[in-house]
Design a protein around this ligand. Structure first.
Ligand code: FES
Length: 191
């Protein structure tokens, strides 16, 4: 084994051990998965490295042909509880991190602000490809870059809904990140 191979193996081993320890301490056997980002968001995604996400039952959201550019559609995920499952899906008209569809321009995010739970489902800004400002304290999130905070009080990215396309249908399969106020939120310790 070469030195580089040995270093790679050590790195992989310590990351695996670290995740297992954290999972054990915080959640036990929660439904948290770690995958190469390329494998969950598409091989040509702008993601690099690894992501932790919480897997939930697969749910059909909308048909590909029903989405019009810059016109978000609201939906509920990971369950049907509107207090913390409000989400939006939008074709932003340009390639985005984690985007699906032929042009990788369809993304979905939680509609609940990560700062203190402000509702974001009506504040998509097509001119900036952003969600916000939050009506409470003005946080704005960049949805071309996995919901990173652009400005405002929040310090956590907006949770991105992991999408999958099959035929003409778009499905939600998991959540990358912590949903504010979620009672079962196994993704929270990795953000
Ligand atoms: S609740 Fe959204 S910025 Fe405070």
């Amino acid at each position: 084994m070469t030195r580089d191979q040995n270093v790679d193996q050590q790195d992989a081993k310590s990351e695996f051990n670290c995740i297992n320890r954290r999972q054990f301490l915080l959640y036990g056997a929660g439904a948290v998965s770690t995958l190469a980002l390329g494998s969950i968001f598409g091989s040509s995604s702008s993601f690099a490295g690894q992501a932790q996400f919480a897997q939930y039952p697969r749910k059909r959201i909308v048909g590909l042909s029903e989405l019009k550019t810059d016109q978000p559609i609201e939906f509920l995920y990971p369950n049907d509880d509107p207090t913390y499952s409000k989400c939006l899906i939008v074709n932003i008209g340009e390639r985005a991190g984690g985007g699906v569809g032929p042009a990788q321009n369809i993304v979905a995010f939680s509609g609940i602000c990560t700062h203190m739970g402000g509702l974001l489902n009506k504040v998509y800004k097509p001119e900036h490809k952003a969600i916000g400002p939050c009506p409470n304290h003005l946080t704005t999130f960049d949805i071309t870059r996995h919901g990173m905070v652009i400005a405002g009080h929040a310090v956590e990215s907006l949770p991105q809904i992991v999408l999958e396309v099959e035929g003409n249908s778009i499905y939600a399969t998991a959540v990358a990140g912590l949903i504010f106020g979620g009672p079962t939120n196994p993704g929270m310790m990795f953000r």
